[in-house]
Design a protein around this ligand. Sequence first.
Ligand SMILES: NC(=O)c1ccc[n+]([C@@H]2O[C@H](COP(=O)([O-])OP(=O)(O)OC[C@H]3O[C@@H](n4cnc5c(N)ncnc54)[C@H](OP(=O)(O)O)[C@@H]3O)[C@@H](O)[C@H]2O)c1
Length: 248
Amino acid sequence: MADTWVIVGASRGIGLEFVRQILQNGHYVIAGVRNVKADRILELKSHCTTPERCIIEECDITNEESIQKFANKVGEAARSGLRVKNIVLNAGILQYPNRATEISFSDFALHLHTNTIGPIICAQKLVNLDPESPPSKVVFISSDSGSATIFRDDEDGFGAYSASKAALNQMLRHMAAELTRRGGKWSNTSVLAMHPGEVQTDMANIDLGWEVEGSIQADESVIGMLKVIEEKNETGSFWCWDGRRHPW
Ligand SMILES: NC(=O)c1ccc[n+]([C@@H]2O[C@H](COP(=O)([O-])OP(=O)(O)OC[C@H]3O[C@@H](n4cnc5c(N)ncnc54)[C@H](OP(=O)(O)O)[C@@H]3O)[C@@H](O)[C@H]2O)c1
């Protein structure tokens, strides 16, 4: 039976590849994008054999009103018969460099709004839509840069980015614990964090001044992550794209 996935931040890169593979696997997608005229997702939809299975809705993760309208649209789709099984919070930014010793108040805030607060609030609204049918998996695309135990002090220029992902990790662990405590059908929802690998996307197209080892393409990353999402049920856990557990 076809499931429905919600992918937030679906206009390009890893998010767009999630949409492509999920449609190819015969499922439905509600794609959240901040610009509904974004060319790459419109092109993907136009070449897809089941374009009616790709619903594109506006969602600017830094705007509370936009998130609420998006959640309302997802609620309407669910009431019209789509079963929202899995949610992927993928939207993110990396304005490079973002050093603690240099970054402005507003640039630091932008990293936190986009990478931490927006994804959590969006997930909160979607999870709370229907107590009788909460999602099976809520997946946050985090980063190895956000690991507190494997602190990467060599990652010059990643201060605000890594702080925003570390805060995301901590907040999603609370979300996992709260849903378990809340009980009912929410206790069956698994909240997962994922490191997608070092993926060759627009975000990675920066001059770092060091060699990035083990770079992969978005298709390989997403094939791996879809397998992990299907297999892992432990709520409040952190995984690499290739199935290895990631330390918090
Ligand atoms: N690439 C890597 O090596 C890597 C490694 C670790 C973690 N990650 C994480 O993986 C996720 C995807 O990254 P990527 O590599 O695919 O980056 P990307 O190619 O730069 O794509 C970022 C996506 O996030 C969306 N986005 C940004 N701000 C948004 C907002 N305010 N509202 C809605 N959507 C917004 C972008 O939409 P627009 O087109 O509208 O800008 C785009 O679809 C991010 O969370 C990133 O931190 C990536």
